[in-house]
Write a protein that binds this ligand. Structure first.
Ligand SMILES: *Cc1c(COP(=O)(O)O)cnc(C)c1O
Length: 385
């Protein structure tokens, strides 16, 4: 049977070119970058080269990039690191109701440890307004963390506007750009952010490696103590093949974006328009301020989980929201924050396209989803046609 992978927001496959670049790093560059002899120097050079390229693509400086073990770690380091370092100035943090759990749960943990937080709401398109962030600012606000592109319903937030607000008041601003790095052009100086998180496996790099951009002058308490790696900000012997793989994947994404992005947008919009034809269907997220690969809809009167199982039987890999919450039966916190009822939010479907997606995949989905929805509704006690 045909199999179609439409869950690129959860993770992406490693590109052959990326793997190709990683193999020599495994085979040859095995030295410890902290050692003085030639093996160590070769390892150091591999990391330095990767850091220089990564910084250049993001519009950052060499020393402003910290490699981490994941996007989650980058978020944790930014938020906990900044909060602990600045707690003498204040203990208030501003975030949004629709963040990834790597941000939300980190802020909640800080709340349990003496900090205070405001969760800015979103409108029905899932947009955070800069004005709402401004209203939430207090004398003791030390950090604002608002994501760039939402992983569930794809809405892209006005981070540039929020960055201006934060800067005017001397408040640090972090953005979780795990869904946008690789997909949208990212220039940290133009965006005006102080910190930005990314993860390689969301743009065809390896899992288990990410990075945090930290503007020069921003001080963080490290999460991991030990050696002096990453300029004392992240102890642990560096994972050179993963760092090389992240960099290679970023270079490829950056050089191919102009060609890939319009193709994804065209397929995305055709999927949305096709699925919208199904009665009692709601499209979630902003129509234009949207990730190029994200489709998110709710079909009333059905359960997301049974829909996913039926799609899987047809070879379609999709999600009902975040990969992190599937497995739990709670409806998405993102859709609830956008004002959807529990009942409607339960019937959500997220399809996220990728480089390998084709128009034929779109046809296949549009052919098979409507009859599945109809069949599930016919079985549903809530539905009276
Ligand atoms: C995937 C994702 C993360 C977590 O990244 P990991 O590398 O899986 O830890 C954080 N934020 C967003 C928006 C994501 O999509």
């Amino acid at each position: 049977m045909e199999r179609i992978y439409l869950d690129h927001a959860a993770t992406t496959p490693v590109r052959p070119e990326v793997l190709e670049a990683m193999i020599p790093a495994y085979k040859n560059t095995f030295g410890n970058a902290s050692s003085v002899y030639s093996w160590g120097r070769e390892a150091r050079k591999a990391i330095d080269d990767a850091r220089a390229i990564t910084a250049d693509i993001l519009g950052a400086e060499f020393n402003e990039i910290i490699f981490t073990g994941s996007g989650s770690e980058a978020d944790n380091l930014a938020i906990k690191g900044a909060a602990w370092k600045q707690q003498h100035k204040g203990k208030h943090i501003i975030t949004s109701a629709i963040e990834h759990h790597a941000v939300l749960d980190t802020v909640k943990w800080l709340e349990a440890n003496g900090f205070d937080a405001t969760y800015v709401p979103v409108d029905e398109d899932g947009l955070v307004s800069a004005a709402a962030v401004e209203e939430a600012i207090r004398e003791d606000t030390i950090l604002i963390t608002i994501m760039h592109g939402n992983n569930e319903m794809g809405t892209i937030q006005p981070v540039e506007d929020i960055a201006v607000l934060a800067k005017d008041r001397g408040i640090l601003f972090h953005t979780d750009a795990v869904q946008t790095v690789g997909s949208l052009p990212i220039h940290v100086k133009d965006m005006g952010v102080d910190m930005l998180s990314l993860a390689a496996h969301k743009f065809y790099g390896p899992k288990g490696v990410g990075a945090l951009y930290v503007r020069k002058g921003v001080r963080l308490d490290p999460l991991i103590h030990g050696g002096a790696q990453e300029r004392n900000r992240r102890a642990g012997t560096e994972d050179i093949p993963s760092i090389v793989g992240l960099t290679k994947a970023l270079e490829l994404a950056d050089s191919e974006r102009r060609e890939v992005k319009p193709r994804l947008i065209a397929m995305r919009d055709r999927l949305i328009q096709g699925l919208e034809q199904i009665p009692d269907t709601k499209v979630n997220g902003h129509r234009d301020k949207r990730l190029p690969n994200n489709v998110n809809v709710c079909f009333r009167y059905i359960e997301g989980e049974s829909l996913l199982l039926n799609l899987d039987m047809m070879g379609i890999a999709a999600s009902s929201g975040s990969a992190c919450t599937s497995g739990s039966l709670d409806p998405s916190h993102v859709l609830l924050a956008m004002g959807l009822s529990h009942e409607v939010a339960h019937g959500s479907l997220r399809l996220t396209l990728g480089r390998s997606s084709t128009e034929a995949d779109v046809d296949y989905v549009l052919k098979h989803v409507p009859p599945i929805v109809k069949r599930l509704r016919d079985m549903s006690p809530l539905y009276q046609a």
